[in-house]
Every structure is written in structure tokens, then in C-alpha cells.
Design a protein around this ligand. Structure first.
Ligand SMILES: Nc1ncnc2c1ncn2[C@@H]1O[C@H](COP(=O)(O)OP(=O)(O)OP(=O)(O)O)[C@@H](O)[C@H]1O
Ligand SMILES: [Mg+2]
Length: 244
């Protein structure tokens, strides 16, 4: 059975999609059968992984399609994922649609990553109710802690109301700049508060990571020896070690 990770943070632009595609890429490189589910109407993960938007998202029976990387498949977002979210809101089982859609794939993959949009709407709720573990990418900045508290309270609500058993797998510090005192402060506070739940690896702010999507590539295809490439490799190794 696979381990399903939701990569979620309601704050925008904190490195969710960058983390999904690159952690997934390195998991596939390490020989893990890996699936990415693009659960964000923006479709950013779909475009990096080469497929673009599809006719059917995972909610309408969209199926895994191959990427350029061996062992990595993607179920892209669809053009109408926004509208789909509205129809989910009308059905009684709308919160559990992704969990049901995912069930047939759990035995075929070792790791499944679900990318999420930057909000706390039904799409991330579906991801949180479909996953086993949450990865929370956090940009080291002043408002980061408040955002985290909000998301973790939301997760606690799902545990209480839906008896969901998801655990916080890890907080991944992204766009890190160790020369910046505020960034070091935020990192220290997060490590103090969350201890071993924080990835030891931090992801640096790196131009290669920013440029890779404009070439439609993961960092392992674009520039694996960049600081960002080396960091995501190390973070993926931590993640894989944590599965065993
Ligand atoms: N470590 C990094 N260094 C430099 N640029 C980065 C880094 N991580 C991500 N970026 C860039 O920052 C922008 C936001 O990253 P990304 O799309 O991964 O965030 P997101 O949380 O998925 O955004 P959204 O909330 O819109 O889905 C992108 O242009 C991306 O290429
Ligand atoms: Mg994104």
C-alpha cells in the first residue's frame, strides 16, 4: 500500500508545487513508484510534469499518465476543476470524493503526492481527508507561524469531525536564506516548537528552482547540481527514510 502525502498550506506561493514535483521526481529516481495528483485548478504541477491540463481531473475519473521521468506518473488537473469544486459542495460525500477516487491507485504506487491550492476550501479538505500524512511547506517569514497555526487547527477539526487519522509528517522550510536574521529566527522558533517534525533539510532560495518551471522541468532535469537540486534530493532522502 502506498503512503499518501498532501502538500498543503493555505498561504500562496510558499513552495507547495515546487516541493511536490521535486520530491516526487527524486522518489521516482530512487525507484519508488510515484504518483502526483494535481488537485489545484492552477494546474502548475501538471505543466511542470509535462502533461498540461487534462479533460478529466481525478474527481471525474482522470487516470495516471506517464511523465518524462521513469516511475513518475501524474493525474493532471482539468480545465473545470473550479466548477467541480462547486458541485462537490452540493453532494453529501463531497468531502470524501478524492479519497474514493484514489482508492484504486493505493496498491499500485509506493508514494502518492497531492498538490493543493492556496486556500482551505473543499479541494484541500478533500486532500487532507484522502491522505495519510501532511507535509507543510513553510516560507521563513513573519506571518508563517500564524498560517501554520490556522492550518493545524483545520487539521485538528478534521480529526474531530471526520475521525481522520492523518499525521503531520513534516514541516519543510522553503525559500530559506540563512543570511537573513528574520529567516533564522523563524526557523529557530519552528524547530523549537515542532522539533523532529521539521525536516532537517531546508530548501534554499535558489534561482535554479525558480527557473526550472519556465522550462517545464523538475530541478532534477533542469539543474540537479544547483543548491535547490541538492536540497530537494536530501529532503526526498529524509522522506524515504521516514517511510521505512
Ligand atoms: N526555493 C525556491 N527558491 C526560489 N524560487 C522558488 C523556490 N521555491 C519556489 N520558488 C518559486 O516561487 C514561486 C512559488 O512557488 P510554488 O509555485 O511552488 O508555490 P505554491 O505554494 O505552490 O504556490 P500556490 O500557492 O500559488 O500554489 C514559483 O515561481 C517558484 O518557481
Ligand atoms: Mg502551487
Amino acid at each position: 500500500m502506498s503512503v499518501v502525502f498532501a502538500i498543503s498550506n493555505q498561504k500562496g506561493g510558499v513552495g507547495k508545487t515546487t516541493s511536490v514535483v521535486n520530491l516526487a521526481g527524486y522518489c521516482a529516481l530512487a525507484g519508488k513508484k510515484t504518483l502526483v495528483i494535481d488537485n489545484d485548478p492552477q494546474g502548475n504541477a501538471s505543466s511542470v510534469l509535462g502533461s498540461g491540463l487534462a479533460d478529466k481531473s481525478v474527481y471525474e475519473g482522470g487516470v495516471p499518465s506517464p511523465t518524462r521521468l521513469d516511475g513518475l506518473l501524474v493525474i493532471p488537473a482539468s480545465h473545470d476543476l473550479h466548477e467541480r469544486e462547486r458541485s462537490l459542495a452540493q453532494g453529501a460525500q463531497g468531502r470524501l470524493a478524492l479519497r474514493s477516487a484514489l482508492a484504486p491507485y493505493r496498491s499500485a504506487f509506493d508514494v502518492i503526492f497531492i498538490d493543493c491550492p492556496p486556500n482551505l476550501s473543499l479541494l484541500p479538505m478533500n486532500a487532507l481527508l484522502a491522505c495519510d500524512r501532511l507535509i507543510l511547506p513553510v516560507q521563513c517569514e513573519y506571518f508563517a507561524m500564524e498560517g501554520m497555526a490556522q492550518l493545524l487547527a483545520f487539521v485538528q477539526d478534521l480529526r474531530d469531525t471526520d475521525h481522520q487519522v492523518l499525521t503531520l509528517h513534516g514541516i519543510l522550510l522553503t525559500m530559506h536564506d540563512h543570511r537573513h536574521p528574520l529567516c533564522r529566527d523563524v526557523e529557530a522558533q519552528i524547530r523549537q516548537h515542532f522539533g523532529a517534525k521539521t525536516f532537517a533539510t531546508t530548501i534554499p532560495r535558489d534561482v535554479a528552482l525558480a527557473a526550472a518551471p519556465s522550462h517545464g522541468k523538475t530541478i532534477l532535469e533542469h539543474d540537479p547540481l544547483s543548491a535547490g537540486g541538492i536540497a530537494y534530493l536530501a529532503a526526498a532522502k529524509e522522506l524515504i527514510d521516514g517511510l521505512e
